[in-house]
Ligand binder design. Structure first.
Ligand SMILES: *[C@@H]1O[C@H](CO)[C@@H](O)[C@H](O)[C@H]1NC(C)=O
Ligand SMILES: *[C@@H]1O[C@H](CO)[C@@H](O)[C@H](O)[C@H]1NC(C)=O
Ligand SMILES: *[C@@H]1O[C@H](CO)[C@@H](O)[C@H](O)[C@H]1NC(C)=O
Ligand SMILES: CC(=O)N[C@H]1CO[C@H](CO)[C@@H](O)[C@@H]1O
Length: 405
């Protein structure tokens, strides 16, 4: 049920956190304090205004009751809102909006776009540090975590897009990384949101997941499998801190891996991260996700297809979908005239070149003037969000793409 690369990512990320020993994993603590997050200690005050940029905190409620926080950023010393279309930026799994502000303003996408006169909107996905509120649930409720990327695509994405569209009165550009790209593919393939979107720039695109992991990952999967019963008990409730910590310590000790090895193992060898900023990165990740989401990713690697969550029991699938098997998302249905920019890394192990080729095959009828594929041979998964040369290699071409559409 659970033996996959992506389930492992969570474990490995936790490994990193724990093996660093600088922060014990205590989500309980993180969640219980999160209700105290206000404008005073929000992202605007702590990470944006400190750099001299203007920033507003916003909130939007999804149709299923999750209250997401957004930050709207504009350039230093500029009081007029940009005439350029807004850009909404969506982070990937285990991250939140802060990853777009990690590095210096000259290196971080959030600031770079603002410097280019863009009206920048960052969104924080459900369950992450700045988006833990719900109209009726709390993160302590099991029901709060009853979602996967299906819900991220069906509720979070439309809510944030609609909100920015409403506030600015302009069609927007969407930019995202990893899981955030999957959210877009799912919705675009249903022809949704097009009336509010101008284009999408998708970094480390995740659509198909490789069912043949590398030798190293297979090794870890084997180790993971011996603990399968233990792990599978986790998805019936919120990934409980004590349980995961114990489990992860066991794995980390057995593997005896250091930080660099671990990062490389699950993201590919990132070429261009600033090694003296690792501490900063680890202050921001990992953010919680639901176990159901990890299982859903696992299902993708097993079936090689992009389908809604599989409840496995046919009766359950019938109940949810009216079919015994979950419906498939068909990416060939993405409108061929919708402008797409894909940032692909030659070393990316999560969005590997083989998987991206399957995606490109689905896009083979796409209007060639509306599809830009930027392949960066040296880039792995995290380079797209934190590499010191991402501005030159990725963000500048992306901005040119936005300007052209
Ligand atoms: C985790 O944080 C909570 C809330 O602050 C605290 O009550 C609990 O003792 C902490 N658990 C551990 C293992 O430190
Ligand atoms: C956007 O505006 C419409 C029409 O005024 C409103 O019905 C809707 O609730 C708004 N949605 C968001 C997310 O702001
Ligand atoms: C790397 O990070 C350090 C510490 O924050 C910083 O002083 C340095 O300027 C950064 N290097 C680059 C190339 O961004
Ligand atoms: C799969 C899908 O189309 N999901 C959502 C995309 O966005 C619209 C809103 O514009 C939702 O209604 C869909 O459910």
């Amino acid at each position: 049920m659970t033996s996959t690369i992506v389930s492992l990512i969570s474990i490995l990320v936790f490994c990193i956190t724990i093996s660093k020993g600088r922060k014990t994993l205590n989500t309980t603590h993180e969640l219980s304090t999160s209700s105290l997050i206000t404008n005073i200690n929000g992202i605007c005050k702590t990470m944006v205004e400190t750099q001299g940029y203007t920033c507003e905190e916003h909130k939007v409620t999804t149709e299923d009751g999750y209250i997401l926080s957004l930050q709207r950023i504009s350039a230093r010393q500029s009081d007029k809102k940009a005439d350029k279309p807004p850009v909404l930026i969506q982070h990937g799994i285990f991250c939140d909006a802060r990853i777009w502000l990690f590095n210096s303003p000259e290196e971080s996408l959030g600031f770079i776009l603002a410097d280019n006169g863009v009206d920048v909107w960052l969104v924080n996905g459900r369950g992450t540090k700045y988006s833990t509120m719900h109209t009726s649930l709390t993160p302590d409720d099991m029901a709060y975590w009853d979602w996967s990327w299906d819900e991220l695509a069906n509720y979070d994405l439309p809510a944030s897009v609609q909100y920015v569209y409403n506030h600015t009165g302009k069609k927007i550009h969407y930019a995202s990384h990893s899981q955030g790209t999957l959210m877009a593919f799912v919705n675009l393939s249903q022809g949704k949101l097009l009336n509010m979107l101008r284009s999408a720039a998708l970094l480390s695109p995740i659509a198909y997941m490789n069912p043949n992991p590398s030798k190293e990952i297979s090794l870890v999967v084997g180790l993971f499998l011996t603990n399968e019963v233990y792990w599978s008990s986790l998805y019936q409730f919120i990934p409980n801190v004590d349980v995961i910590t114990k489990f992860v310590n066991e794995i980390c000790n057995t593997l005896n891996l250091d930080l660099t090895n671990l990062l490389t193992l699950f993201t590919g060898p990132n070429c261009c991260l600033n090694s003296s900023r690792m501490d900063v990165y680890l202050d921001h990740v990992p953010q919680p996700t639901s176990t159901k989401n990890l299982i859903h990713f696992s299902q993708m690697t097993r079936t090689g297809k992009i389908t809604k969550y599989d409840y496995v029991h046919q009766a359950q699938n019938l109940l949810h979908y009216g079919h015994r098997t979950p419906p498939t998302y068909d990416l060939t249905k993405i409108p061929t005239e919708f402008p797409l920019f894909l940032g692909v890394g030659g070393q990316d192990m999560l969005s590997d070149v083989q998987d991206v080729n399957l995606l490109l095959n689905d896009l083979k009828d796409h209007d060639s003037n509306k599809l830009v594929v930027s392949l960066n041979d040296n880039y792995a998964h995290l380079d797209f969000i934190a590499a010191i040369n991402a501005k030159q290699l990725i963000y500048d071409p992306m901005i040119a793409f936005f300007n052209a559409h």
